[in-house]
Design a protein around this ligand. Structure first.
Ligand code: MN
Ligand code: MN
Length: 319
């Protein structure tokens, strides 16, 4: 290693249940000089005023950090060695305004403008799915139109929710309208349950998105699907947005709008590992709601999926 890369605090240096909770027990980096040295930053966005049923995602970043203490540096399945390859830290939370959505979204965009300016690739701990809109706005200014791999039970393409244009179920409609997405390089995986009309998912298809409803994923490995996904979204920058409710509530009950018949945790890992080789410019793990997560399993899963995202980033060596 030429550079002095940050490492997660080992289990023999401080008991895993001790110390200050940061993502993967990485250093919490705040100073501009130290931020300038980073390649990747874990960022928390503790927003839940965009939720439409059960709230609580404001506690997501803290609980994902708390459940991340067991994660060790090397990926024993893929050989990925992210901490030997990239300079990675926890850069803390975005100080959202929890009383004012417009202001919260403005603060998030401004924070990600700075993250982009610092040359940091953001991996975000949500927060409800509203947060992806201002993140995409900031990334678009640097990268141009963005391809998207979106895992979710829901399409999140409502025109409005209760008259509001910005909420967790409108994110990708706004992103299309604002020209943030390269619509021919967008895939939505795991969509299911009931719609307001029988054609609800067709709005996405009309934009050029590939929509993979959950039924298409049942009872099988998603490795073949991911070969198709790489073909579809490759050739430009790609953002990975993972709504934890894409996974079945049997494994991820701690979320605000659960839907039965979802992906398995194994399929979730296959989807993320299947993104390896793409030009990933950022990712998020949203909609973890700790008050509904009595065992901590949902946050544990979220923490591990963020680690898997880290392992597929460009520049991560494999041992
Ligand atoms: Mn969502
Ligand atoms: Mn959802």
């Amino acid at each position: 290693m030429e550079k002095n890369l940050h490492q997660p605090l080992g289990g023999n240096e401080m008991p895993r249940f001790g110390g200050i909770a940061t993502m993967m027990r990485l250093p919490h980096i705040q100073s501009p000089a130290e931020r300038a040295e980073l390649d990747v930053g874990f960022v928390g966005v503790p927003l839940d005023i965009g939720t439409s049923l059960r709230s609580g995602t404001r506690f997501g970043p803290r609980e994902i950090r708390a459940q991340s203490v067991m994660i060790r540096p090397y990926n024993m399945a893929t050989g990925a060695a992210p901490f030997d390859s990239l300079n990675i830290a926890d850069i803390g939370d975005v100080p959202i305004n929890t009383f004012n959505m417009a202001e919260a979204v403005r603060i998030i965009e401004q924070s990600y403008d700075q993250i982009v300016a610092d040359g940091i690739l953001p991996l975000t701990l949500g927060g409800d799915h509203t947060i992806t809109l201002p993140i995409l706005r900031a990334l678009k200014k640097k990268h141009g139109k963005i391809g998207l791999v979106h895992i979710d039970a829901h399409a999140d393409v409502n025109d409005h929710m209760f008259g509001e244009k910005i909420a967790h179920g409108t994110t990708f409609r706004r992103a299309v309208e604002e020209g943030l997405l390269d619509c021919d390089r967008v895939v939505q995986i795991g969509l299911r349950a009931q719609g307001y009309t029988a054609e609800d998912f067709n709005w996405s298809r009309k934009q050029g998105f590939r929509v993979v409803q959950a039924e298409e994923c049942w009872h099988k490995s998603l490795e073949p699907l991911m070969a198709e996904v790489r073909e579809k979204v490759g050739g430009g920058p790609v953002y990975l947005s993972f709504d934890i409710d894409g996974i079945d509530p049997a494994w991820a009950p701690g979320t605000g709008t659960p839907e039965i018949g979802g992906l398995t945790t194994i399929q979730a890992i296959e989807v993320i590992r299947g993104c390896q080789g793409l030009d990933i410019i950022g990712g998020d793990l949203v909609e973890v709601s700790p008050p509904y997560d009595t065992t901590g399993n949902t946050s544990l899963l979220g923490a591990n999926l963020l680690y898997e995202m880290l392992c597929i980033l460009p520049g991560v060596e494999r041992r």
